[in-house]
Design a protein around this ligand. Structure first.
Ligand code: 5AD
Ligand code: SF4
Length: 443
């Protein structure tokens, strides 16, 4: 057996892609290594969304170069591959900057991994593959037979045509594409057979999903969800990430009507100031967002809302930033992610005037994160004493303890007794920590 080590950076779609790469390698005789030290093939599946993410990759490649050199002396040099969005964005530059890299391929070409490995072995030269091929990657991926956990990701939509001025995704993942329903359904059924009970449908703009349906019509995400929720064995469905502009009525209604669709929604607004939103090319104003949130809460009052925020976008004044704080106060998030603006080469915002100094960004980020932290704590606190169903997912810290997920995506520690991973149990929430809850099972 050969061994592969795959390290994933960035978003959940990268986690999904890494798994699919693992699946592709099974027929070639690969199994999972325990770490880079005993791997014959090391894949870094990279993220380019912020500068820090890309820099982490180069520093990791520096370490791997030393590992490769020392293992070469023992005649067992591993193949080093850089996949994902940094690979797509930087291509050949990676091979120039980081010695020892054998393969570079982007998010749209990883299905060719077996050929790329062959070509590397035959030519003895680094292989770089960053085109956007005409064929459907998903047609070439191995069907999942590998045992999965209780929860899994399933990509249904990929890429983006919205061109927010800060974002690299349209360049690294390409233009928007929706997989056909039949293909998604087959993958969902295979996941269920592999033990999965909760599926998170993924897309950079997942609610813009418009795939070929089973009846020859184009189906929306809501229709896809209705269809998938009829599969026996699927207990829970989620989807991420959504764009406010694509939050259609049928999807909002699904949150009211479909008990398998979990009450959690990641719906980034990015900033609170309409002037900044316009500069970002978001295509919505803060008022539109607030109206949308009100409609969603009307459909599903207990929904946990999440989002993404960027502070220090070019031209952001203190007053603009205050508008971000104001929208956060108004919405009340169960948990949200926030970042300092990071200029990405080739994106319009990177060339804009009024770049904000680093110290100002840091100060604003700290203030925003403090506010989001208090909201998250309050959301969790409000769960104390409540009853809810928990899907048991993985072992906890001590014997007999399991960690499960609440409908609102919180981690919940439970003394599980005779219950096992994969069981759905009804609990009462007893205590609330900073990042997790604890609960006891109803007799
Ligand atoms: N700088 C900082 N944050 C960014 N994001 C996307 N591009 C940038 C950037 N250039 C954030 C957005 C997005 C999340 C995935 O990452 O908030 O929703
Ligand atoms: Fe990072 Fe975006 Fe690529 Fe995901 S799609 S890996 S977040 S750059």
């Amino acid at each position: 057996m050969k061994k592969v080590h795959i390290k994933s950076y960035g978003c959940q779609m990268n986690v999904y892609d890494s798994q699919r790469m693992g699946d592709l390698l099974v027929p070639l005789g690969y199994e999972a290594a325990s770490g880079p030290e005993d791997a014959d093939l090391i894949i870094l599946n990279t993220c380019h969304i912020r500068e820090k993410a890309a820099e982490k990759v180069y520093s990791e490649l520096g370490k791997l170069r030393h590992l490769k050199e020392s293992r070469s002396r023992a005649g067992e040099a591993p193949v080093i591959a850089v996949a994902g969005c940094v690979a797509q964005a930087e291509g050949e530059e990676i091979v120039r900057r980081a010695k020892g890299v054998d393969l570079v391929f982007g998010p749209q070409t990883y299905h060719r991994l077996p050929e790329l490995l062959k070509s590397r072995a035959e030519t003895g030269r680094p292989v770089i593959e960053t085109e956007f091929p005409a064929e459907d990657k998903f047609d070439h991926l191995a069907r999942t037979k590998v045992k999965r956990g209780v929860t899994a990701f399933l990509t249904v939509q990929e890429g983006c045509d919205k061109f927010c001025t800060f974002c690299v995704v349209p360049y690294t993942r390409g233009s928007e594409f929706s997989r056909p329903v039949a293909q998604i359904e087959a993958e969902a059924r295979a996941l269920v057979e592999a033990g999965v009970r909760e599926i998170t449908l993924l897309g950079q703009n997942v609610n813009a999903y418009h795939g070929a349906g089973l009846d020859g019509e184009t189906w929306s995400l809501a229709r896809l969800i209705t269809h998938l929720s009829r599969i026996d064995g699927i207990e829970r469905l989620r989807f991420t990430t959504s764009h406010p502009r694509d939050m259609s009525d049928d999807l909002i209604a699904a949150h009211a009507e479909n008990p398998k669709l979990m009450p959690y929604l990641h719906l980034p607004i990015q900033a609170g100031s309409d002037r900044i939103l316009k500069e970002m090319n978001r295509g919505h104003r803060s008022e539109d967002y607030l109206k949308l949130i009100a409609r969603i809460r009307q459909a599903r009052p207990d929904i946990a809302l999440s989002g993404d925020f960027i502070v220090g976008f070019p031209g952001e004044t203190e007053a603009d930033f205050a508008a971000t704080l104001a929208i956060v106060r108004e919405v009340f998030y169960a948990g949200a992610f926030s970042f300092k603006y990071s200029p990405r080469p080739g994106t319009p915002a990177a060339a804009m005037a009024g770049q904000v100094p680093e110290e100002v960004k840091s100060d604003r980020l700290a203030r925003l994160q403090h506010l989001l932290g208090t909201q998250q704590k309050a959301f969790n606190e409000a769960c104390k004493g409540r009853n809810m169903p928990i899907l048991l997912e993985k072992p906890g810290r001590h014997d007999g303890q399991l960690i499960g997920r609440s409908p609102y995506l919180q981690s919940v520690y439970i003394d599980a007794g005779t219950h096992a991973i994969g069981d759905m149990v009804n609990v009462t929430i007893d205590a609330v920590g900073s990042n997790s809850l604890s609960a006891h099972i109803h007799p």
